[in-house]
Design a protein around this ligand. Structure first.
Ligand code: GLU
Length: 299
């Protein structure tokens, strides 16, 4: 399989300029390294009717094109089940019956990273397991034998983060993002993952899981987010932040594209034109502050 990069939006609503900027970067990284570029809709959770079509249209409007068919996670349950079974057969999973509240209230395990699952259900006695099974459906957790793991990132260098017994399948049967993303990237031949750096802390978990599944770890590029004036990650409530909002204010999609390219220190125009100018070493490392309409009307 040829190598590929990807963009993997969750269809929870419209993409905002921060999402579009990440998509443009993912496209530029993939194309500048002669990779294919794939689009995967992460609709296991948080999917809103109609959102996918609008997202795809908006991506195309800023010049982000993709190869082949769009893949949807809801079509891939068998793949996730197979991976979880494989881990289970290797003794690497267990059933967990804890509620969120019980986890919050449990004393944390000694030396465990902050927020780590305290391991309550890790070694239940058979009778206890039997009883708990009769009370509520189980989530499936990974039986991790490390507390942290190190990944390499093109922009961040070596990054070490916590790994705990994280959830692989929720107790409502929905596959957890950390499992799905690893299985999908491998199945799609994706060996370059460019995404917002809010996901960097989850990356050691994913890379560790990949190692257990004998999956090669992709190249990671975690790019800075777009933030509002208060330095907080951009959100819909920050005003005109989607292509639809901006179009209403008289700003065309190609102008938004140009603004995003310029924010990256790249020449405005088509993405093809920006391609030769992409130099990871010179990309901005700080979040980009979206000042919205001021910036646009000023210039
Ligand atoms: N679906 C995730 C999101 O929209 C992105 C996951 C990824 O790129 O690995 O935040």
């Amino acid at each position: 399989m040829t190598s590929a990069g990807r963009f993997a939006p969750s269809p929870s609503g419209e993409l905002h300029v921060g999402n579009l900027r990440t998509a443009i970067l993912a496209w530029l990284f993939a194309r500048s390294t002669r990779r294919r570029f794939l689009l995967r809709v992460e609709d296991l959770d948080r999917a809103r009717a109609g959102a996918e079509a609008v997202q795809l249209r908006d991506l195309a409007a800023v010049g982000v094109t993709w190869d082949g068919d769009v893949v949807r996670q809801t079509d891939r349950a068998a793949l996730y089940a197979e991976a979880i079974d494989r881990l289970g057969q290797a003794g690497l999973t267990y059933e967990c019956f804890c509620t969120r509240r019980e986890i919050q209230e449990a004393p944390s395990a000694p030396h465990a990273p902050l927020g780590a699952y305290p391991g309550t259900c890790r070694d239940l006695e058979p009778a206890e397991l039997e009883y708990k099974r009769s009370t509520r459906p189980a989530a499936i957790r990974l039986r991790a034998d490390v507390r942290e793991y190190t990944v390499q990132d093109v922009l961040h260098g070596a990054y070490t983060g916590a790994v705990d017994d994280f959830v692989l399948r929720r107790n409502d049967g929905v596959t957890a993002y950390n499992l799905a993303v690893v299985v999908d990237d491998a199945a799609q031949g994706i060996d370059q993952v460019v995404r917002g750096d809010d996901l960097l802390p989850s990356t050691p978990r994913q890379a560790y899981l990949a190692s257990l599944l004998d999956i090669p770890v992709p190249e990671y590029v975690h790019v800075p987010l777009v933030v509002n004036r208060d330095g907080v990650r951009l959100a819909k409530r920050d005003g005109a932040v989607t292509l639809a909002d901006l179009a209403q204010a008289g700003v065309a999609a190609h102008e938004v594209r140009d603004l995003l390219l310029e924010s990256l220190g790249l020449p405005a125009g088509t993405l093809d034109r920006a391609l030769p100018a992409l130099d990871p070493a010179r990309l901005p490392r700080k979040p980009w502050v979206w000042t919205g309409m001021d910036r646009l009307s000023a210039g």
